[in-house]
Design a protein around this ligand. Structure first.
Ligand code: TTJ
Length: 409
């Protein structure tokens, strides 16, 4: 079969590439605007707020990589969102495949989940660089400004189409990226951001990325409302925040914090028991809340149950003929955060709500088994308090079972 000559007029390769990538741009944008729900879940409030998360996730990735220490999210009059960071700045160099500046590619080419800027990132929240083009396609307008320590670059898009090529607008010694956009009322039923919704999500990101500094500002009214989110304690602060919100008493003073690294993958666990009878387990993979759990949660639960039973038997708190404590017994009154960051995170299902990597199960299981065992050996009083709590739960469960049996007879 003859090869297709996609350059019949003999246009110089540079422009020919430009044409083919232009076509790819238009097809991509059209696909997103035709079926927005495929890319952001819905065109209701959740989808609208998802636009902000997709943009902020890029700055969080830069913070995760260690190059950005400050992220600012501004809500401006007219429901305009502005996200700024002091990272390295999105690359502005020409990308070979398209002949376009990398930053233009980021906002106009729909990635199949790839990375941009050469090295890209080791661990990434969203599918780095994928979200930006979707946000752009669904925005009435979007403006990006990049400072790379030498020049200031600027580009404006409308409904995803560039208004003009990337331009140099000045010199600067600053570094960072700033993106402002207005969601397209033609796509979204209502363009109205909820401050508390954004605050909850940004606070969660600050907990999950210890040390990163996020400022949320609402400048839509006459008075600016501002919140500074910064937790050196990371997920330990997350557990403390939850206990404070729930108004429960902790059974031991210190949040137990366990962490391990395996190559570029990391796993962290923060846990503390309280005087309630409910359990709260929140798990995350690459800063994404895995509401359907997955391998990391399975590993955590299995190891926690084993550590507590092993310790109880080793010190004869559980007698030989006593049954083992069950998972539900050892998790009564437990608040725990599991956060794994993986270079090749596999999320099951379209909702990305369940972590598939079986390696994460071993990573978390080994982390919890080894380091919680050590913690209990070094803190016997805490260990005994937790085991007493679990024994109480086991006895209550057994009593309820017997009562059910009697009631049935
Ligand atoms: C990527 O790796 C090479 C050096 O530059 C890195 C980068 O692109 N960093 C970066 C991207 N920092 N901040 C962004 C970013 C910020 C916002 C607000 C929005 C987007 C799409 C990217």
């Amino acid at each position: 079969m003859d090869t297709v000559d996609n350059n019949p007029a003999g246009i110089p390769t540079e422009e020919a590439n430009y044409d083919s990538s232009q076509i790819q741009v238009l097809e991509g944008l059209e696909a997103v605007r035709k079926r927005p729900g495929m890319y952001i879940g819905s065109t209701g409030p959740r989808g609208l707020h998802h636009l902000v998360y997709e943009i902020v996730d890029n700055s969080i990735d830069e913070a995760l990589a260690g190059y950005c220490s400050m992220i600012e999210v501004d809500l401006l009059p007219g429901e305009i969102i502005k996200v700024s960071d002091n990272g390295r700045g999105i690359p502005v160099g020409t990308q070979s495949q398209t002949g376009l500046p990398a930053v233009t590619v980021v906002f106009t080419i729909l990635h199949a989940g790839g990375k941009f800027g050469g090295s890209g990132y080791k661990v990434s929240g969203g599918l780095h660089g994928v979200g930006a083009s979707v946000v752009n396609a669904l925005s009435e307008w979007l403006e990006v400004e990049v400072c790379d320590g030498e020049h200031r670059y600027y580009q404006r898009f409308e409904r995803g189409k560039e208004c003009a090529p990337l331009a140099i607008t000045g010199d600067t010694d600053q570094k960072g990226t700033q993106v402002a956009f207005r969601a397209d009322p033609e796509i979204f039923e209502e363009v109205l951001y909820d401050y508390d919704t954004l605050l909850r999500r940004l606070r969660e990101q600050a907990f999950l990325n210890a040390g990163v500094y996020i400022v949320l500002r609402d400048q839509r009214g006459t008075e600016t409302v501002e919140e500074h989110l910064h937790y050196e304690g990371g997920i330990r602060s997350f557990v403390e925040h939850i206990h404070q919100q729930k108004g429960v008493e902790s059974l031991h003073d210190e949040v137990i914090y366990l962490a391990a690294r395996e190559g570029d993958n990391t796993a962290e666990v923060a846990l503390q028991y309280n005087d309630s009878y409910t359990e709260l387990l929140l798990s995350f993979a690459n800063n994404i809340h895995t509401t359907d759990g997955g391998a990391h949660e399975v590993g955590f639960k299995a190891a926690l149950t084993r550590v507590i039973n092993d310790y109880a038997r080793r010190y004869n708190i559980l007698k030989d003929n006593d049954e083992n404590l069950k998972g539900e017994d050892v998790r009564e009154g437990l608040t725990a955060i599991i956060s794994v960051k993986l270079t090749d995170a596999q999320f099951e299902g379209q909702t990305k709500a369940k972590l598939g990597n079986t390696a994460a199960r071993t990573l978390v299981d080994t982390l919890v088994y080894d380091k919680l065992t050590t913690y209990f050996e070094e803190n016997p009083t805490v260990a005994r308090t937790i085991i007493e709590k679990s024994l109480g739960a086991s006895r209550a469960r057994e009593a309820a079972r017997r009562a059910r049996e009697v009631a049935r007879r």
